[in-house]
Design a protein around this ligand. Sequence first.
Ligand code: SF4
Length: 341
Amino acid sequence: MDTLLRVQDLKISYFTYAGEVQAVRGVSFTVEKNQTTAIVGESGCGKTVTAKSIMGLIKKPGKIKEGSQIFFQGENVVEYTKKQWNTFCGKECGMIFQDALVSLNPTMKVGRQIIENLDNHETMLSKQEKRTRAQEMLQLVGIPDTKNCLEKYPHELSGGMRQRVMIAMALVTRPKLLIADEPTTALDVTIQAQIMELLKNLQKKLHMSVVLITHDLGVVADVADCIVVMYAGKIVERGRCRDIFYHASHPYTWALLKSVPRIDYHGQTLMTIEGSIPDMTNPPKGCAFCQRCPYGMRICKEHEPPTWDLKDGHEVSCWLLDRRANREGVPFGIDRRTEDE
Ligand code: SF4
């Protein structure tokens, strides 16, 4: 497979009055060409901060720490100058955000906002060509009356339409990478499904890679090729979609899977994960999930779990995978592939 993006030992901290908040603590993963990689985890796990760092959007008091590397097509973007960032963002990499109403400029017509992106990155195009390109993009994202839509203000459109406009804005320059940060959170369920279907189709049609940020594992099942599960600024499990859904091996991933509503579970109460993420100004010495993990052992409190490579890049950081661990009462069964090898 061809790698488009490689994040290597990414560390990001926010320097606040309360102390150094270690939002991302040594995250490494790759995004392959023409594939969708989902980053999953609850609020505060560091997924959005990770995505923002790829777009150069970490501002003071935040800081990407020394030694962190983000390679896009072989170039370390962390070392980019301001000019290089301006070319990279919008042209090579587009981003869509949670709430389109907040992200779009309310005082500017939709057409102007889409064309503005072309003004910055496609300077050779004539005014008419830019307008035509904007209309083509709106058509591609499923807006029927494109001419009329160009003349509207964001508040004149429905939530689903606004999100489509945001996608059109991000993709009008045909970037190789799209970062979608919780693109369906502010939408109702039926529109959520339409937007996810749209993203899936666009990824194939435009041959781009997508990094999808979400707290909902249910959203990614049909869309993602690879899944990265984050907790307290670290990756706890990553692998292909089927590894995560059929061979999940980390208690946090099990809990996320159990909290996804299923149509075949009539009358059952959804599982919740008791407690909250640890104080990131003073992260725990051992496993960060220890306080909430029903299978925690003494070693979990004292030592960080190593990362085990189970098979074909399916990686898990948990002491339960140590052969010596007491696995009594573990419900899902640890992936036996490690034991056979
Ligand atoms: Fe639970 Fe220990 Fe695994 Fe952490 S390392 S997830 S506390 S079993």
